[in-house]
Design a binder for this molecule. Structure first.
Ligand SMILES: NC(=O)c1ccc[n+]([C@@H]2O[C@H](COP(=O)([O-])OP(=O)(O)OC[C@H]3O[C@@H](n4cnc5c(N)ncnc54)[C@H](OP(=O)(O)O)[C@@H]3O)[C@@H](O)[C@H]2O)c1
Length: 406
């Protein structure tokens, strides 16, 4: 079904802030040739032409498809092995594309961090995607590749180097620098709106197993940290991590989909290190305040302030800001015998856009070109692509992974 397609990859949403970066990444790193045949797509030809002029050249074909026009979506997806989409908020624009990919045998990757929408896609499409042999892979950006692949790597190395699995991993954000785009803020706002108006959405968002297969919806993991506290494992003050509500659920879905390869009693959590002493504690409260403003109740005074100061769709951090960005994640690991180890994941640009566009680009190439297992369904990055993706992230996307006994 996936052979003999005109393209390996189509990047849909190429006129948006992140889509443009993915186009630039693919063009600079792969060019357009028989080794990788790809095209850029969107709803507005003029904007696409402009992007092509600025970050690529005329060798990249342009395809027009609008999410409100199902015929245009079908005509686009039957031409390619893989759709790589940055058209978000996904809860508004993404559902018909997923459905079309599942029905027509096209693999799919995106940057969704919209848990409530991914839950819907799992419920509607996981079984059919399995039957049709299609890989639908959400969360191929900063949420949740570093977390999902970081745990995958840490577990793999624990086993290889110590003969034991980790039964607990506590991911701590030890350093991070970057900004936010209007598209990401719009997606976050959509999640918050839906959770305020729909109890079922709220339940999914607050259930640590909200993305697990339905029959595996319960366990001993607790809700993500929502306060400031002293952390024995990192010997620092810690506070909430804005992506934890997505990442921890993705890691747990990976464990469940793999048949509990990390163990049924495996525990995982995430938080942000704010520092030591009084300074660390105060920094923790300031970060939590920022988070509170970004996730404020729709219509509230705080939300109006956030809407004024945060970027609009199409806007995001400037090139210099992206290039100066980085992230440094520590995976404090407790092995089955109680001994300790430390996994680390670092990224060389700002997490949300510079690094994310490379991760998404490599995920798309991995789906199109690598000799992956035939596992299918609505999958996580580690389950869909495992070692193949790890290699690409290290060799091409500026990520590094390490593991040491302590
Ligand atoms: N997981 C992560 O780490 C991560 C990081 C970055 C971004 N994201 C997510 O990625 C998504 C995109 O973010 P962004 O900042 O790039 O957003 P953006 O700049 O607003 O881009 C959105 C794109 O969607 C297109 N679009 C809107 N309506 C459409 C329609 N009806 N049919 C076809 N295309 C349509 C826009 O096309 P026009 O140009 O024609 O309007 C634009 O290309 C968001 O959901 C964001 O949350 C996630």
């Amino acid at each position: 079904m996936k052979r003999n397609k005109e393209f390996d990859i189509i990047v849909w949403g190429a006129s948006g802030f992140t889509g443009r970066l993915v186009v630039a990444y693919l063009f600079q790193n792969y060019g357009v040739n028989d080794d990788l045949k790809w095209a850029m797509a969107g709803r507005n030809k003029q904007k696409l032409n402009q992007v092509r002029l600025e970050v690529a050249d005329n060798s990249v074909p342009i395809i027009i498809a609008d999410c409100n026009d199902e015929v245009s979506l079908k005509e686009m997806i039957i031409r390619t092995k893989v759709i790589c989409t940055t058209v978000g908020p996904y809860a508004i624009y993404g559902s018909k594309l997923v459905s079309s990919c599942v029905n027509h045998g096209t693999d799919y990757c995106d940057l969704s961090g919209e848990v409530q929408w991914m839950r819907k896609m799992i419920d509607q499409h996981h079984e059919t995607a399995k039957i049709n042999g299609v890989k639908i892979v959400h969360t191929c950006g900063f949420d949740s590749i570093p977390s999902d692949m970081g745990v995958y790597f840490t577990q793999r190395e624990s086993l290889a180097q110590t003969g034991q699995l980790a039964n607990k991993i506590q991911m701590r954000v030890a350093g991070i620098r970057g900004g936010i785009s209007g598209g990401t803020y719009a997606s976050l706002t959509k999640v918050m709106e839906q959770s305020f108006h729909d109890k079922e959405v709220y339940k999914v968002l607050t259930n640590p197993y909200g993305l697990n297969p339905k029959e595996k919806f319960e366990g001993d993991d607790v809700r993500d940290l929502n306060s400031i506290k002293y952390d024995e494992v990192s010997k620092s003050w810690i506070g909430p991590f804005v992506m934890a509500g997505i990442n921890t659920k993705v890691v747990r879905r990976s464990n469940a989909l793999s048949g509990y390869i990390y163990g049924k009693d495996f525990r995982y959590d995430e938080a942000t290190i704010s520092g030591k002493g009084l300074k660390g504690r105060i920094k923790g409260y300031l970060t939590a305040l920022l988070l509170l403003i970004m996730t404020a109740k729709p219509g509230s005074f705080l939300k109006k302030i956030a809407n004024k100061i945060l970027p609009k769709p199409g806007e995001g951090p400037a090139k210099e800001q992206r290039e100066k960005g980085f992230y440094n994640l520590k995976f404090y690991t407790t092995l089955q015998d109680g001994s300790r180890a430390l996994g680390k994941v670092t990224g060389d640009m700002d997490p949300g856009y510079g690094s994310t566009s490379k991760m998404l680009g490599e995920a798309a190439v991995c789906l199109a070109k690598d000799n992956l297992s035939n596992v299918s369904g609505v999958l996580t990055p580690s389950i869909a692509m495992g070692d193949f993706l790890l290699k690409r992230l290290e060799n091409r996307a500026g990520l590094s992974f390490s593991f040491n006994k302590i």
